[in-house]
Design a protein around this ligand. Sequence first.
Ligand SMILES: [Zn+2]
Length: 315
Amino acid sequence: MFKLRGELFGFGAVTLITLGFFSCNNFSNAVFGSHKVDSLVNKIEELIEDKPTLHSKWDSLRHNKIVFRVDSLNPVDIKTQKKNLRDSLRREFDKHPKHVYLTFDDGPLVGSRAIDSIARAKNIKVNTFVVGRHSTIGKYRLRDLNLYIENPLVAVYNHSYTHGYNRLGTFYADSIKAFEDFKKNESNIKMNSKVARLPGRNIWIYDNERRIDIPNAAPTADLLHKDGYKVFGWDVEWRLNSYSGEPNIPFETVYNRIVNYMNNKSSKEPNNVVFLMHDDMFQTKKGQKLLSDLIDKLLAKGYKFEFMEDYPIKY
Ligand SMILES: [Zn+2]
């Protein structure tokens, strides 16, 4: 095991015991002789050049991979060293753009058409996690689904075909059947890419990340991931009453929550906040105005609106 010793942002000597790429396993297949030696040298150079990114430093801190020491060179206690490093990384992140992902679940429903119009009017990217069966219910739902598919500002992702008919315990009890329900949705609808959200579950599986809220849905999420899907949950949720447009938490509160997640780096990934809403929230003029106002405020803040397939944007 190699050890990399050095200063991170001037907060004393810090030993990074592992950042993933200084592992003996990297050399296990090396053969010493002829050109293999050259390739090994190249490999080592490649590894040395693979400098830690802001995100990998943040991950190392978050997963306690950084060993802090108190010694004569650095007599500051460990808690303060950690805090100083965290604050320093936060300030570094604040020099970069902030990314917000508006996600709308359960469409097409009454309200989807307004989301499509607002995305066009504001010229921002939005994400929809659609339920194919809903396009067969009601006169205009297939039209609404097609509005999404044809709008380049709307990404269309998989939220299962039936939504488990809202009996989620039963739905996830048979993970093969649940997985097939997602595949049915995939084959019926032209999706942007293999991105899914599980009905009623805040589950994340992507890259090397895996976070499960309710374990009974984990086998379904794992099957999707094995099939090439990225599975995403959310950081902040907002609900409006479908019929009155009345929010469950006030407009200012939800706006501040997004800003706080961004500032404190308390979202799943720093500088990337995933915001959950549902299509049926925007069937009233009141609901539509709240969405439009929220987007204006986030735009004024300088946040960038992104597609989930690009999540997370790293530095
Ligand atoms: Zn849903």
